[in-house]
Ligand binder design. Structure first.
Ligand code: NAD
Ligand code: TDX
Length: 368
């Protein structure tokens, strides 16, 4: 039995992980520490009453230390971060504060409780990172392996790279028992509708433009979030301390293909269920038009990475990881989840997010 401290457990991947862990390890203790920024939603953890939820900041080192002590924490699974690339271009400071200083604060608390107080008991600090730390690939470059040199291009990925290096240093210098996973683009339930898939899906339902950056041919490797959770579980269970593992979905797709799949899935749902037209009267699909009519090419993201791809041989060969969902079935499950959880996404898309979105993207359409 383990006692987990999950940081960022009210965010997208963190919440999915908490649900996954509760289902697969019902006897483990779990404390969630989350600052409930715009991206964190307490309702994403509804139904998990046995969970201890702490509304707090990972930068509060003393609070983290006392949580480790009071709840006999032996495993930290660290998701908390500022995670959206566009926001890091708009305002990098929060990314440095949370992703670098915040991760360092957690490492200090873990070192103080697990090493300096000399309990000597087994522990694990697992850090969730991103493939974006490796930079951008050309069309014929080999995918990112764990040996690919770091070359982050955005303030977001640079801040994640900084946090990865700190985790590595705390293992190498102090002997903290760490592991790190660098995963590709996740999608699935509970994702805040600023990221490509939920944003475009909801815009199809609400009849808003689909803002495609640049030529729409940037490539991402799409990972269904439950497969990611399974990968983290394998690393926690059998991963080698001090190591990093890449986790991908094996689905390298250009954005335009992803967008076409979303549009087709929405159109199919409306064809099959006439009640959707009444629920979403502004959707093109409610008026017999194609969702793809909302596609709008806009000015490219600054420094937009062209291609990410994951070489996941290490986690496959060492730990037996394989993604269970292909993109088509994962996307279908995601569309169904958002259709069934309209209250959730309407509640999280509050005024402040809309203001930010409109301020940044409202006038960027270059092709109507
Ligand atoms: P998210 O933005 O949905 O959630 C982040 C969570 O962290 C929120 O609940 C937020 O309230 C919390 N948080 C932010 N600052 C905090 C602070 N100072 N103290 C405590 N809590 C704080 O992010 P996500 O998409 O779930 O990503 C989780 C992790 O996975 C991040 O570290 C991210 O870099 C990494 N990652 C995400 C993806 C992806 O596709 N979403 C891909 C690769 C890696
Ligand atoms: O409105 C949009 N239009 C658009 O064309 C948005 C939001 C995105 N895009 C493009 C940019 C990317 O090429 O879609 C692609 C995916 O964009 P995001 O969903 O913003 O993800 P990305 O920038 O690839 O980063 C994501 O994956 C790696 C997560 O946000 C990171 O947290 C993670 O580390």
């Amino acid at each position: 039995m383990a006692n987990l401290l999950v940081t960022g457990g009210a965010g997208f991947i963190g919440a999915n992980f908490v649900h996954y862990w509760r289902e697969h390890h019902p006897n483990d203790g779990m404390v969630v520490l989350d600052a409930l920024t715009y991206a964190g939603n307490r309702t994403s953890l509804a139904g998990l009453e046995s969970l201890r939820f702490v509304h707090g900041d990972i930068r509060a080192t003393e609070i983290v230390s006392s949580l480790i002590r009071d709840h006999d924490i032996d495993t930290i699974v660290h998701f908390a971060a500022e995670s959206h690339v566009d926001r890091s271009i708009d305002g990098p400071d929060a990314f440095i504060d949370t992703n670098i200083t915040g991760t360092h604060s957690l490492l200090k608390a873990a070192k103080s409780e697990w090493l300096d107080r000399g309990s000597g008991r087994p522990h694990r600090f697992h850090h969730i990172s991103t493939d974006e730390v490796y930079g951008s690939l050309g069309p014929d470059d080999p995918p990112f392996s764990e040996l690919t040199p770091y070359a982050p291009n955005s303030p977001y990925s640079a801040s994640k790279a900084g946090s990865d290096h700190l985790v590595r240093a705390y293992h190498h210098t102090f002997g903290l028992q760490t592991t790190t996973t660098n995963c590709s683009n996740n999608y699935g339930p509970y994702q805040f509708p600023e990221k490509l898939i939920p944003l475009f899906l909801i815009n199809c339902l609400t009849g808003k433009p689909l803002p495609i950056y640049g030529d729409g041919m940037n490539v991402r490797d799409w990972l269904y979030v439950k497969d990611h959770c399974r990968g983290i579980e394998l690393v926690l269970d059998r991963g080698q301390v001090g190591q990093t593992y890449n986790i991908g979905g094996g689905e390298e797709l250009p954005n335009l293909t992803v967008i076409d799949v979303i549009c087709a899935a929405v159109d199919e749902r409306f064809n099959a269920d006439p009640a959707l037209a009444a629920r979403f009267p502004d959707a093109p699909a409610a008026k017999g038009q194609a969702s793809s009519s909302l596609k709008t090419f806009v000015t490219d993201r600054l420094g937009h990475d062209r291609r990410y791809a994951i070489d996941e041989r290490k986690i496959q060969e060492e730990l037996g990881y394989r993604p269970a969902r292909d993109f088509k079935s994962g996307l279908a499950a995601t569309v169904d989840w958002y259709l069934a959880h309209e209250n959730w996404w309407r509640a999280v898309m509050d005024g402040s997010y809309r203001v930010w979105l409109e301020r940044n993207y409202g006038s960027r359409a270059t092709v109507g």
